[in-house]
Design a protein around this ligand. Structure first.
Ligand SMILES: O=C(O)c1cc(C(=O)O)c2c(n1)C(=O)C(=O)c1cc(C(=O)O)[nH]c1-2
Length: 585
């Protein structure tokens, strides 16, 4: 989209949730920098009036307003930046509250998209809407799914050309994932590509769609790699972020976990089956949805390693050659680097050293070398496989990472937790959970000098060398999106509610501020009338904060999240607040 591209190229704006199409969450602004960040102060705060987890962040497109959103009921606010956040307009959709209990991981929403004077929001109940940014008036709405069968929406749409592209959630309800494009002006559906099923519905051509750089060759793997009709309940919900390369004209996203979490129900002839195309990176042509290449990160998932984490598009030098790279800080604990033109796998190394479900990746086949001791399938149904690292939450969840072209490093908040996982036989009932596993979680083992019992860290990752350059321990999982700036700073939030700025070179903490609630949103920055601002939504929740958000107390509830984060309530409580920071005049 030409307007979105122009806005992204202006460093004063923050026009899309990930900062640019490439997903880099990097700002060229340097008014706030290493030397003065200690003076950064809150200039105003705004309470959204909504209690549960606040993900995503504010957009700024140069019109003197911040556009923010909330979790269910998905209110939208336009706030006047020149008048301490005065509400210019607000919009509240009318939604069926029966969607709340079918949202797996809190009633979160990852934010608005913007282009050509329109704001786009994917409501929890799958209604995709376009609002007039000037007035807040509803321009059109369209239904992208049915919440009565467990389909919901939490993701932020992405505008590419004249299309707004949106996925769907419901991997824990046996839905069939898809990515869909709608016309920006009318809301009319243009294409839909499913994650599982026959090629003509996934929009794969086995003769031309590549896998590891070669044509797939075999037809309908999205059907044949499942037992019977299990692909119809196959999950693969693409509920995370979409990135876009304007030169190659390709969009990139990953699909979530396959159907039930009980691997035994996804075998063929009693042996593991690939369950394609769950946990797969898709490169699609945004014009017609056709698939250019696929890479399945985890064939036959046994741990809920949803593959939806953001695909950062970065240009790298790899073995002496310039490559158009795609980097992932993946849920599996591995940092991947792929060629984004062909889908070839270049690097797969552990960024969370405790990762034990696989020892490594076979770079020829692109498959993980699974460790049988932690294979929940080999250990068996109704057997509790213990001390698997990372947990089903992944070594990194949806919290988007940042990339600085100045350092060539990726900055990410990560999770340091491990789990016990016991699969059990489950039956599909539309609109009911289709999970089939019981989980408990505990802090990952620490090494000398690391914070005892720490459950998170903030890391700088070299995506080409496949090495962690520095890391900072955090008490809880870091569930907030990172920001990197030309002021030599990296920012992130913590579940206790701190927003922190660290030295991008070594992770040394230079500034912190305690917001009113835990942070699972993303730190954004922009400039208005010569002043650089930093802004973040706080409001604890998400899967990590589900105990607080949904009032759960049994440690096994929230699939083990309630138990491992039970101490969180000692540090923070619920409540959505936008905090805007600037340097003193
Ligand atoms: O498979 C799915 O459909 C699905 C959806 C979502 C979601 O939409 O929030 C999450 C997950 N899975 C999931 O596995 C997960 O770890 C998770 C964390 C969060 C969050 O916002 O904190 N959402 C989700």
């Amino acid at each position: 989209n030409q307007n979105q591209l122009e806005l992204q190229q202006n460093p004063e704006y923050w026009a899309t949730q990930l900062g640019n199409y490439q997903g880099n969450r990097f700002s060229e602004l340097d008014q706030i920098n290493r030397d003065n960040v200690s003076e950064l102060r809150s200039v105003w705060q705004f309470s959204t009036g909504v209690l549960r987890g606040h993900e995503g962040g504010p957009l700024y497109v140069g019109d003197g307003r911040l556009y923010i959103h909330t979790p269910f009921p998905n209110k939208v606010f336009a706030l006047d930046l020149e008048d301490e956040g005065r509400v210019v307009w607000s919009y509240e959709p009318d939604q069926d509250s029966r969607v709340i209990p079918v949202m797996c991981c809190d009633t979160v929403n990852r934010g608005l998209a913007y282009a050509d004077g329109r704001l786009f929001l994917g409501q929890a109940d799958n209604t995709l809407i376009a609002l007039d940014a000037e007035s807040g008036e509803l321009l059109w709405d369209v239904s992208n799914g049915d919440h009565t069968v467990g389909e919901t929406n939490t993701m932020s749409p992405l505008v590419v050309h004249d299309k707004v592209i949106v996925g769907i959630s419901g991997g824990e309800y046996g839905i069939r994932g898809h990515m869909t494009a709608y016309n920006v002006e009318t809301g009319e559906m243009v294409w839909r590509g499913y994650s599982t099923g026959p090629d003509d519905e996934v929009l794969i051509d086995p003769e031309t769609t590549l896998m590891l750089g070669e044509p797939i060759g075999e037809a309908d793997l999205g059907v044949s790699t499942w037992p019977e009709d299990e692909w119809e309940r196959g999950g693969g919900a693409p509920w995370g972020w979409v990135t876009y390369d304007p030169d190659l004209d390709l969009i990139y996203y990953g699909t979530g976990n396959p159907g039930t979490w009980n691997p035994d129900q996804r075998t063929k002839d009693g042996e593991p089956a690939d369950n394609k195309w769950a946990i797969t990176v898709f490169a699609r042509d945004p014009n017609d949805g056709s698939v250019k290449w696929v890479y399945q990160k985890v064939p036959f998932d046994e741990w809920d390693y949803d593959g939806v984490n953001e695909n950062q598009l970065i240009d790298v030098e790899f073995e002496g050659e310039e490559r158009k790279g795609l980097a992932i800080i993946d849920r599996t604990g591995f940092g991947f680097l792929l060629d984004r033109e062909t889908g070839e796998l270049l690097v797969a190394e552990k960024f969370a050293p405790e990762t034990n479900w696989a020892d490594s990746y076979d770079m020829e086949t692109g498959r993980p070398n699974v460790n049988e001791d932690y294979s929940t399938f080999r250990q068996g149904v109704n057997v509790n496989t213990t001390d698997i690292c990372p947990t089903a939450m992944g070594a990194k969840n949806m919290q988007p990472s940042a990339y600085s072209p100045r350092t060539g490093l990726i900055y990410a908040g990560i999770n340091r937790i491990c789990m016990n996982y016991e699969p059990y036989e489950t039956e599909y009932v539309a609109g009911q959970p289709y999970v089939g596993a019981t989980l408990t979680m505990m802090p990952a083992p620490t090494e000398n000098g690391q914070m005892e019992g720490r459950m998170g860290s903030f890391i700088a990752w070299d995506p080409v060398a496949g090495e962690t350059v520095w890391e900072v321990d955090e008490r809880f999982a870091v569930w907030s999106g990172a920001l990197a700036t030309a002021g030599d700073l990296a920012f992130y939030g913590t579940l206790e509610g701190h927003v922190k700025a660290v030295d991008i070179e070594n992770g040394e903490e230079l500034w912190r501020f305690k917001t009113p609630s835990g942070i699972i949103g993303n730190v954004n920055t922009f400039m208005h009338e010569g002043k650089q601002y930093v802004a973040v939504l706080s409001g604890v929740g998400g899967w990590a904060g589900i105990g607080l958000a949904a009032g759960l107390e049994d440690p096994e509830e929230g699939l083990g999240a309630v138990g491992v984060f039970s101490a969180l309530g000692d540090y923070t409580k619920l409540g959505g607040v936008l905090t805007v920071f600037a340097l003193p005049d």
